[in-house]
Design a protein around this ligand. Structure first.
Ligand code: RIB
Length: 290
């Protein structure tokens, strides 16, 4: 089946720093680079590298043709990426010597998607296809409503976290992916544990502690250990996890197996510097000694 991914596309401007600076501090970087990023684009590339047919629904400015070309080269269907009258989104990313990052986003074109563009893309969707979204574009709730009416599986990565954005789509979701901080923020916003959410499958990524899967239909809660690696850059690891998770499920894997695949992809990802440009493919995963 196809994955329709409503997602951001960013230019990532990455600065290597010995440590993340504090307020008012000026710190010299030890390296700088530019690459393709955006949570949405990263997930699309992960899906494509996992062998999925992925249609990216997004927007760039006239300065973003390179990003669309790169997505195409990486195997993503780019027919529904519009060029709008706003600069392409970009992210200033500082990565420290432990691989941790701090990110400042300029959303730009990512917030200029039109309902017509999204409807045109979803006109090609059929029941059983997947609709994936994150929280770096506009039009999530309307698009998910339409996708749900078409009988698509709705998958949401609640990042960057915004309680009202999550609440707006919660009743439509089949799968919710979030990290531990986002899970705590969501529990605070809803006033109860995430186990009681009306979402069939919830996957909470826990960084070096692995991840937890909660199936609210059966009440099953399973913990998966992390694969031990030495991180150099955690940027895009969560996006890689989500892309591979959905790719595995789309290929008919049971959740446990899809989480195993996604964990291996994310473990390789944190050993590489960059985002969309360095997401591993299935051969990398097969050959890795993890
Ligand atoms: O999740 C990592 C991504 O967040 C980066 O690629 C950056 O563009 C921001 O969207």
């Amino acid at each position: 089946m196809t994955v329709f991914n409503l997602g951001s596309i960013n230019a990532d401007l990455v600065y290597q720093v010995p440590r993340l600076p504090g307020p008012g501090e000026t710190l010299a970087s030890t390296g700088a680079s530019r690459g393709l990023g955006g949570k949405g684009a990263n997930m699309s590339v992960a899906l494509a590298r996992a062998g999925c047919h992925v249609v990216h629904i997004g927007a760039v400015g006239v300065d973003g043709a390179w990003a669309v070309e790169r997505l195409l080269e990486y195997g993503v269907d780019t027919r529904f990426i519009s060029t709008v009258d706003a600069p392409t989104g970009h992210a200033y990313i500082m990565v420290d010597d432990d691989g941790e990052n701090a990110i400042v986003l300029f959303p730009g074109a990512n917030l200029e998607l039109s309902g017509d563009d999204i409807n045109r893309a979803l006109a090609g969707a059929i029941s059983g296809d997947n609709f994936l979204m994150q929280n770096e574009t506009n039009a999530q709730a309307e698009s998910a409503t339409r996708a749900s009416a078409l009988g698509m599986r709705i998958v949401y990565a609640a990042a960057p976290f915004d309680a009202s954005a999550v609440m707006a789509v919660l009743p439509l979701l089949d799968i919710l992916v979030l990290n531990a901080v986002e899970a705590a923020q969501l529990e605070e916003a809803i006033g109860h544990n995430i186990e009681a959410l009306p979402v069939r499958d919830i996957v909470v990524t826990l960084g070096a502690d692995g991840c937890r899967w909660i199936n609210t239909d059966t009440g099953v809660m399973l913990d998966f250990p992390a694969i031990p690696v030495t991180p150099v850059d955690t940027t895009g690891a969560g996006d890689t996890f989500t892309g591979y998770l959905l790719a595995g499920l789309d290929r008919g894997m049971p959740m446990q197996q899809a989480i195993g695949l996604a964990s291996r992809a994310a473990a390789i990802m944190v050993t590489r510097r960059g985002a969309a440009d360095v997401i591993p493919d299935l051969k990398d995963i097969h050959n890795a000694r993890l």
